[in-house]
Design a protein around this ligand. Structure first.
Ligand SMILES: O=C[C@H](O)COP(=O)(O)O
Length: 249
């Protein structure tokens, strides 16, 4: 049975003092969570997470990485820099990166491979736009996004990624995919993984992201192929994030 993972994506939110209050609130109340927990934070706050979370079971990670290892790439953050600060995870191909920064499927695939080479666990995001869902293209879109990643990974590497299904129309909108809608896509993604590697399909955690909140988390997390959540807004409030962790535990 796959262990669940609850990962917070703080996006471009936070301050040293606000983060500390949030991290303290999570640490004080988390108790014995029976699931994996992580926060993916803006790069300037990685040191704060390392200092605050090292003695806990809570992991931390970045929200993007450069496809390059080092060099004249102003503004970029490399995988090894994330590792320097103890990051375990990195989000790759979030829809906000795909839409605002023009990240292609191939770029997402290359970043995924780069993350794995550096010992990071990439949380690879896939998901359809509302117009694509309404046109009946959900399976084709997420299939295409996942295929691009699978094309550059060995079966062994594939087993070491995390996937996040995030329907773009559900992100930050308060509109959540119903558990059945999400399960349908998760099952489809797992079937696609299985075509390349049954072992990877069995192992890979497939998270749901898109307005997951304390009041809908339990229903989503009890579906067979939903192995956790990538949480945006609700990860910014300790009590909400903890409630989702409890639902996963
Ligand atoms: O990465 C997280 C997702 O974009 C979900 O964000 P949200 O929980 O605010 O809808």
């Amino acid at each position: 049975m796959r262990r669940k993972l609850i990962a917070g994506n703080w996006k471009m939110n936070g301050s040293l003092s606000g983060n500390q209050a949030l991290l303290n609130g999570i640490k004080e109340e988390i108790g014995q969570a029976n699931c994996d927990v992580a926060v993916c934070v803006p790069a300037p706050y990685l040191a704060q997470c390392r200092d605050s979370l090292s003695a806990t079971l809570i992991g931390w990670g970045g929200q993007d990485l450069s496809v390059h290892e080092s060099g004249a790439y102003t503004g970029e953050v490399s995988a090894s820099m994330l590792r320097d600060f103890g990051a375990k995870y990195v989000i790759v191909g979030h829809s906000e990166r795909r839409s605002y920064h023009g990240e292609s499927d191939d770029a997402v695939a290359a970043k995924t491979a780069r993350a794995l080479r550096s010992g990071l666990v990439p949380i690879v995001c896939v998901g359809e736009l509302l117009s694509e869902r309404e046109a009946g293209q959900t399976a084709a879109v997420v299939g295409r996004q996942l295929d691009a990643v699978m094309a550059v990974l060995s079966a062994d590497d594939l087993a070491n990624i995390v996937i996040a299904y995030e329907p773009v129309w559900a992100i930050g909108t308060g509109k959540t995919a119903t558990p059945d809608m999400a399960q349908e896509v998760h099952a489809l993604l797992r079937k696609r993984l299985a075509a390349k590697s049954p072992a990877a399909a069995e192992k890979v955690q497939i998270l749901y992201g898109g307005s997951m909140k304390p009041d809908n988390a339990a229903d989503l997390l009890r579906m067979a192929d939903i192995d956790g959540g990538l949480i945006g807004g609700a990860a910014l409030k300790a009590s909400d994030f903890l409630a989702i962790i409890r639902a996963a535990s």
